[in-house]
Design a protein around this ligand. Sequence first.
Ligand SMILES: [Ca+2]
Ligand SMILES: [Ca+2]
Ligand SMILES: [Ca+2]
Length: 441
Amino acid sequence: MLTDWFDEWHRPITRSTFVARERQAYWAQFGAFDETLAQLLTTKNATDVIPISIWMRESALSRTAQTTIINGLVSAPYQFRYGERTPTLMASMTKHDLVLLQWDQRIDRIYAIQAIQPSDAFGVAAPATPTIISALNTEYIPPLWHAGLQGQGRKLGLLEVGRPRPMPGLTIVSQQPACTGLSIDDHATVVANVIASSSAYLGVAPDAGVIAGYAVVEEDVESALTWMFDQGADAANISLSSEGSNQLGRSDRVVDYITRRDRRLIVVATGNQGGFVGSPAKAWGALSVGGFEDMNSMTWNDDDMLEEFYPPPATNKISAWGNPIMGSMTWEKPEVSAVSVITTYTDVGVASTWVGTSMAAPQVTGLAGLLIQAMPTLVDWPEATKAIIMASSVHNIADGIAIDPAAGDLHDGAGGLVGVLAREVALTHGELGIFFPCSDS
Ligand SMILES: [Ca+2]
Ligand SMILES: [Ca+2]
Ligand SMILES: [Ca+2]
């Protein structure tokens, strides 16, 4: 038996025993409250109202049964909204009523619903050389186009706070109905173009179509992802985050749940405030993407992680890199990095340069589309697509040359994207192989 786990007397125990004890310790301290919510509640009065999401422990229960349980515990019945995929109920509840729910064992966790924001957007004047062309050369994407992989027939999801602008070279296959009332958004347009523009500023998968969904608060992440995958998206891009904590939040859990349930790859930008990677980039199953600068040249030796300092009122951009923590466990984030200084169209005929991990993530989403085109079985195997992209990201930008727990918390993850190697791995090792079930031993 593999025994890397010990109790308080240093006796070897199984991993499942260790995890169970850790859960007991968490419950004793916070009950059903997420740690972030528990901290937030210390600043609130009993009558203050907080938007929350309740994740039920027994997912087989009907919505009516879940609602009856919760309303049976609180002072007066609430009208809940429900997660499309997840066993969750959402409402704005008083602190008084939340405290009544804290110790109920039928509830798995209660999360505060947080705002999310683009990560990130900063328009500056376009330089003489279009940087997306430099970026995609740095990442060896053009050899895939020359091999016939341009995203034909693939559909890639775009989760944004607004609508991408319709423009020549950008194929928007469908838009979430709730999205049609939102205004056209520059950030959404830029990210969509990085994924799939066939204009002069070519995106990574120029012949792919975009399926556009939206999210203004964390609660919307689930409905948008659900809608995109129901529409047939092969993978989804989230260049949005809520930043600041090393703890997993509701949106991380939603991304993991949907990755597992829909079996689709979800790519997430890590955020630009330095420090810990944002949510939902912390999700185990997400392929999170940090940002580096290629100095507008395809030679690798001058590249460095994104650390742009702008004078006020502009905001500094530093690729978030701090790993999440859950109990005693931590795992490397970001998984990979991509170029985060990109020039492309934000409007018809107008190009500008944008800086941030928001621009890095869609390059990975586009590459995933090209790999799925090369090896269609990958569409149902997000973990394989993720592993292929990580294994081929051999461009070392910072710290060591590989993810190694002994090397500590890295800035660039596995390294910078190398498209041509990813294609090679997908073609030679992307088929279904032998299954090895996981166990504690
Ligand atoms: Ca360079
Ligand atoms: Ca490295
Ligand atoms: Ca890290």
